[in-house]
Design a protein around this ligand. Structure first.
Ligand SMILES: [Mn+2]
Length: 435
């Protein structure tokens, strides 16, 4: 098993976390368990992101444990024992000995001995607190609640550490952004007036797979009105000549996600109405990217995108009011009828990464700082079927979102997905040119 980072980098992450905890702490970080898809077939396994962050352990089953009960920190990883019969069916199990020798922890133990060791930990005279992450492994949650110990949330420490990426994390995320950019380009090259959503999906995801990657979240490929459904993932319709397709698809490398959206006409030429909406969203996206400056409050990029979109909706005659009325209080005015989501989110081991929250969430928001990676993704949606708001005939059935991945640096924002075309001329020049 090749870890994506040096042992030293994992040790540094572990001490940045553990150094904040009081004496008498036991930390318990389980990874995801296998999840049944149907009868005896499971969903493809994906390790828990906190486990990946702390140790790089990406096999099913595992509990990362740290304790300072005798005043210095000891770390262990509890994993499945070798078992020839299971290994014949499911593949090799690395086992506790492998972990002791090769993983960035002090010791490897059998996961079968964890429950017993847990009781020993909590009966230790120096024991005070458990730090864990709930909702990942029911057995661990049960064990902790059955024993009536003080349980604190390890996420309160780990989430902050995960926000600013190290140089090595940034290198991996650049690769993830570039791979997804190339996949979107391939899809554009396959555009034509007789293409289906699933065909474009297969091009994108086939490219991920053939490059040792996989999707970071289910791909959204929506033609025409389907582009106005924010989390559309059916991807089964034929796309009609003259329609736009919205593709929101990203991959992961070593667990690190990319998350790109492009919207383009399948026949290669924007109509005037499509162009008007597209140019407005693109202007909002660029304004939002420019707002991603070190020291700026988290909401500033949402405000920048919102100002452009609201003014544009007035200029196009879609809203008949002043800019202030369109924006409303707390950026919740009528422009939100057509732009219903946040302008972006942090990106990392989770596609909606921890530590930031989304606009409108009731959590403290970070200030932009160097090493943060986020998405910028404004959009406008005019679903033809909506009756709750006025949908102008000219724009009915148009949904546009443009999403890039942005690295915050002291010298300004860097677009990691810049090789994926988004200018109208570049898009029109590439559609349908390929293989
Ligand atoms: Mn996104």
């Amino acid at each position: 098993m090749n870890l994506p980072f040096s042992h030293q980098e994992y040790y540094d992450r572990q001490s940045s976390f553990l150094d904040q905890l009081p004496v008498g702490s036991v930390v318990i970080i389980p990874t995801n368990t296998k999840k049944c898809r149907s009868n005896d077939t499971n969903f493809p396994f994906r390790a828990n992101s906190y486990m990946l962050y702390l140790s790089g352990w990406d096999h099913p089953g595992g509990i990362w444990v740290a304790d300072n009960l005798d005043s210095t920190w000891k770390t262990s990883l509890y994993v499945r024992d070798n078992d020839t019969k299971s290994e014949i069916w499911e593949g090799r199990i690395l086992g506790p000995d492998f972990v002791s020798k090769n993983m960035p922890v002090d010791s490897g133990f059998s996961i079968n001995s964890f429950d017993e060791d847990f009781i020993q930990y909590i009966h230790n005279d120096n024991f005070n607190y458990i730090y864990s992450i709930g909702g990942v492994d029911e057995h661990i949650d049960q064990l902790i609640s059955d024993n009536n110990v003080v349980k604190l949330d390890a996420r309160n420490f780990l989430d902050k550490l995960r926000v600013n990426k190290s140089d090595n994390e940034i290198e991996i995320m650049k690769k993830s952004a570039e791979l997804a950019s190339q996949a979107h380009i391939l899809a554009m090259k396959s555009g034509n007036s007789d293409v289906s959503e699933c065909h474009l999906q297969s091009i994108i995801e086939g490219y991920f797979i053939s490059n040792h990657s996989r999707w970071a979240y289910p791909s959204i490929v929506g033609g025409g009105d389907n582009a106005t459904i924010l989390h559309y993932s059916v991807n089964q319709d034929d796309i009609k000549d003259g329609e736009l397709v919205l593709i929101d698809a990203g991959c992961e490398i070593e667990g690190y996600a990319s998350d790109i959206t492009r919207t383009w006409p399948v026949n290669g030429i924007f109509t005037d109405a499509q162009r008007e909406i597209y140019e407005l969203v693109l202007a909002a996206e660029k304004a939002a990217i420019q707002a991603c400056q070190v020291g700026a409050p988290w909401n500033s990029f949402h405000e920048a995108a919102s100002n452009v979109l609201a003014q544009g909706l007035i200029d196009l005659g879609i809203l008949d009011c002043t800019l202030n009325e369109a924006l409303g209080d707390d950026y919740n005015g009528p422009y939100r009828n057509y732009f219903m989501h946040g302008t972006g989110h942090l990106l990392g081991l989770d596609v909606h990464d921890v530590g930031g929250g989304r606009q409108g969430d009731d959590v403290p928001s970070p200030v932009f700082s160097s090493g943060m990676i986020l998405t910028v993704e404004p959009g406008l949606y005019f679903a033809s079927w909506r009756t709750d708001v006025s949908i102008p005939e000219r724009y009915s059935g148009i949904g546009v979102r443009i999403e890039d991945n942005i690295l915050i640096t002291d010298n300004g924002p860097i677009v990691l997905t810049s090789s994926c075309p988004k200018e109208i001329d570049d898009i029109e020049a590439i559609i349908g040119t390929g293989e």
